[in-house]
Design a protein around this ligand. Structure first.
Ligand SMILES: Nc1ccn([C@@H]2O[C@H](COP(=O)(O)OP(=O)(O)OP(=O)(O)O)[C@@H](O)[C@H]2O)c(=O)n1
Ligand SMILES: C[C@](O)(CO)[C@H](O)COP(=O)(O)O
Length: 231
């Protein structure tokens, strides 16, 4: 069995990156000589409480075997699924089978995670009865849009936060939620939504604006700027 403060990182990396419109899945784009996924694994290796990393990739992924993870943290590949939630479920199930009570789910597409953010979300989660996630208070005015991209209304942004990752929860609770709610449920776009659906209220831990999710064309340049700014 693992120690109480020993956490398994779960990295969903089985997406196709449709919005990125790139020639290869965005987790395999190169930034400063490394792939996005290699950089994300390096970021997760910044805290000794991350004792094992489970990476969910698609069965057809021909890029993964070419990677070189420069970390002493053990890594296990698992098969991802048709949805992000299915990929996360696969990783969490493997971590639970290996004895991990706690899991930290972190998008492969977020390579700019800082050591401070990782330490902070782990500190808060492991001391909380529910768990915790990194998030940011919304800083811009939000609009409700019509199909024709007309602004219908302004959405009050007080008490609105945008979720980031890692999201840190007990493996058993996540697995129970996935079984009860279904991993093809379109409302389950993150792990906190699973825990909320179980009637619990995860702790919001303020993250950094640099913890971007590479999603749209040009985001890889933004990530490179943030990564070089940190060195
Ligand atoms: N079936 C899926 C879908 C997504 N992901 C992962 O979940 C993370 C966040 O998802 P997103 O940014 O939506 O990635 P994609 O689904 O690849 O992007 P798109 O929606 O543009 O296709 C990514 O690291 C992605 O690889 C996954 O593991 N399995
Ligand atoms: C988990 C997440 O990154 C939190 O903002 C987000 O929900 C992932 O959404 P995606 O559409 O799967 O990228």
């Amino acid at each position: 069995m693992t120690q109480n403060n020993s956490v398994a990182a779960i990295v969903p990396a089985a997406g196709i990156g449709r919005r990125m419109q790139s020639t290869r899945p965005k987790q395999y784009l190169q930034i400063a000589g490394s792939t996005v996924l290699e950089l994300t694994v390096k970021a997760l290796s910044q805290d000794p409480r991350i004792s094992h990393i489970f990476i969910a990739t698609s069965a057809e992924d021909a890029y993964y075997p070419t990677l070189n993870f420069n970390t002493s943290t053990p890594i296990t590949r698992v098969e991802g699924g048709a949805t992000r939630a299915a990929s996360v479920q696969s990783g969490v199930a493997a971590a639970a089978a290996a004895g991990f009570v706690w899991v930290a789910v972190h998008d492969a597409a977020r390579p700019c995670l800082s050591a401070e953010e990782l330490a902070s979300v782990l500190d808060h989660a492991l001391a909380d009865e529910v768990g915790a996630l990194l998030a940011l208070p919304v800083a811009d005015t939000l609009k409700r849009a019509s199909e024709q991209h007309r602004s219908l209304a302004t959405v009050a942004r007080e008490q609105l936060w945008q979720a980031l990752t890692p999201q840190v929860f007990r493996s058993a609770e996540l697995l129970s939620g996935f079984t009860r709610l279904g991993v093809d449920n379109p409302q389950l776009t993150d792990e906190a939504s699973v825990i909320e659906a179980l009637g619990k209220q995860p702790k919001l831990v303020q993250g950094k604006r640099s913890n971007i999710k590479i999603t749209l064309p040009g985001d890889e340049q933004l990530a490179q700027l943030w990564l070089t700014a940190k060195t």
